[in-house]
Design a protein around this ligand. Structure first.
Ligand code: ZN
Length: 551
């Protein structure tokens, strides 16, 4: 549940559901006239930082094997061996330091500039929306909220408005995408890097075999979602399943939680797993580290950000008494706990990759949703909760995979020249066809997704997609391990989180879970766990459907 890529430490890892939060924050800042100057100032600092890093990389690269080994054995460096080796390895496959320095400097005003331009354009776009006879201009962030509406006509209208708006801007979006993709490919070529995947895999400290094994399991999992989609169609009373039906709500929750009750619910269920996590949640509550007030002008959702110097975190979210808000609280507290677990380590080994960044947050979400399911005897509420689980599976197996497949084919084609908006849409349709495997009807696909989704334009994170699915399935695997194992795993869990910034993803899994991520087995088991509840959903839906003769 959560925030869009900002440049702050944790929010950059946050999820796709909160595009609106950052858009809103940016609007607020823009309204005060600071937007351009603040962003430019941050870009300047980043430019300086990258310049320093380039110098540091050059120094690492200069060391010969003997010197380097000796250096790493020094008392004060032993603990940061992993990131130092990583820096040196990277420096050795890059261009000469002077050229790298130039490339980094040019990127600030070129490469990243395209991303800025796109964000500004998308942030300024509005559509005319009519409601109960009155019409107003709303932002795309506000429009995104309409996709969760129970009335299909509203979702359909929202989709058509989105498509119309991006049709008018698709030529500009295509320029931004082509130029930033071209920049990246030129740089890779000069460095002698063969695949556009090299860099994102390196950033995520994982192997290509791991990625392939994961997608294989997701492809198999997607096919198992067929009965869920069919049951949901019946519940919604629709014959075709479209892009905008994925987020259609089913069931209902009459449960409301006060702020205190939500904390207690999280505390009870997180605390039942780990006394350490329980103590942390009490600390965060008592120190008032979560700003959750529901007030006018504040967007929904939430995010967590860390302050490494004073070793604390803060959560910014809107709590409006629903189950979803409770889940967001649990999710963000997971991020906080992750930060807490590594707060005393040297800074360089607290930098965990995006693919491991959602481990603790998803873990907490799973703890509370399973507890809520166990407690709920109300069939409407159970339907709603189970639907949330299946929607997650659908998103991570299919939607995110479509983004990945699109990126793969985009880079392949971009190497031969620029692509027109029509060609980009065609690639997107092909990617969706493959990823969804018929779960969405041919007419219900979203050709302009490449233009409307800002993740494709995130220059800091090429392939800003597969880490989401990795994070979700990895956390599910950790959760299955934690709940399925005979003895207590609380200490092992904290130890796993503590290692996320100082070894590869494969090593974290092998050391703490005893599994091999390069093989499909781990991923297949996680997919299986993620789909637990599918049969319950189908049979509940069946009862519901047969029980209401109007449908
Ligand atoms: Zn998160």
């Amino acid at each position: 549940m959560v925030a869009e890529a900002g440049r702050t430490e944790l929010s950059q890892y946050e999820g796709y559901r909160l595009d609106s939060v950052i858009t809103k924050m940016e609007r607020d800042i823009a309204a005060q006239g600071y937007h351009v100057s603040v962003t430019a100032e941050v870009d300047d600092y980043l430019g300086q930082y990258f310049e320093l890093m380039t110098g540091f990389e050059a120094r690492c690269r200069e060391q010969d094997e003997g010197n380097w080994k000796e250096l790493l054995e020094r008392e004060n460096l032993r603990e940061i061996k992993f990131p130092l080796n990583e820096t040196r390895d990277l420096a050795r496959i890059k261009m000469d330091p002077a050229l790298e320095g130039l490339a980094a400097e040019l990127a600030t005003n070129g490469y990243h500039g395209w991303n800025r331009l796109y964000d500004k354009m998308a942030g300024d776009m509005t559509v005319r929306w009519s409601d109960n006879g009155s019409a107003e201009d709303i932002s795309l962030g506000q429009l995104a909220g309409k996709f969760y509406h129970a009335d299909r006509q509203v979702r359909k209208d929202a989709f058509e408005k989105l498509t119309e708006a991006w049709k008018r801007r698709q030529a500009l979006a295509a320029m931004a995408l082509n130029y930033q993709g071209g920049f990246r490919l030129s740089l890779y070529k000069r460095r002698g890097w063969k695949s556009a995947l090299d860099e994102p895999l390196r950033i995520n400290r994982m192997k290509k075999e791991t990625l392939d094994a994961m997608w294989q399991a997701c492809g198999e999992g997607a096919q198992k979602l067929k009965p869920y989609i069919e049951a949901k169609k019946k519940l919604l009373g629709i014959d075709t399943f479209n892009w905008y039906d994925e987020t259609a709500p089913v069931g209902a929750s009459s449960s409301q939680f006060s702020w205190d009750e939500a904390w207690q619910f999280v505390l009870d269920n997180v605390g039942a797993f780990s006394a350490d996590m329980r103590d942390f949640v009490i600390l965060a509550r008592d120190k008032r580290w979560v700003e959750g007030e529901d007030r006018p002008g504040k967007a929904g959702g939430g995010f967590c950000t860390g302050f490494p110097l004073n070793k604390e975190t803060r959560i910014f979210m809107t709590f409006a008494n629903t189950y979803g808000d409770l889940s967001t609280l649990a999710h963000e507290l997971g991020h906080s706990y992750h930060n807490w677990a590594i707060k005393d380590l040297p800074h360089l080994v607290t930098q965990y990759p995006m693919c491991l960044a959602e481990t603790a947050s998803t873990f907490n979400e799973l703890l509370v949703i399973d507890a809520a399911l166990k407690q709920s005897g109300d069939s409407q509420e159970r339907l709603m909760l189970l639907d949330q689980k299946m929607q997650s599976a659908l998103t991570f197996f299919c939607n995110i995979r479509a983004r990945y497949l699109f990126d793969m084919s985009f880079y392949r084609r971009r190497a031969e020249g620029t692509l027109t908006p029509a060609e980009l849409s065609e690639l997107m349709v092909q990617a969706q066809r493959e990823a969804y495997g018929g779960l969405i009807d041919e007419d219900g696909l979203h050709p302009l997704f490449w233009a409307s989704k800002l993740h494709f334009y995130a220059t800091d994170y090429p392939f800003y997609n597969f880490p989401y699915t990795f994070g979700y399935l990895f956390a599910t695997g950790v959760y299955t391990h934690a709940t399925g194992q005979g003895g207590p795993f609380a200490d092992g869990y904290r130890a796993l989180l503590t290692d996320t910034g100082r070894m590869s993803a494969e090593d974290v899994a092998s050391k703490h879970l005893g599994v091999d991520l390069t093989k499909p087995e781990f991923w297949q088991n996680s997919v299986q766990s993620a789909l637990a509840g599918l049969e319950d959903f189908v049979s509940l839906a069946e009862k519901e459907y047969q029980g209401s003769p109007d449908k």
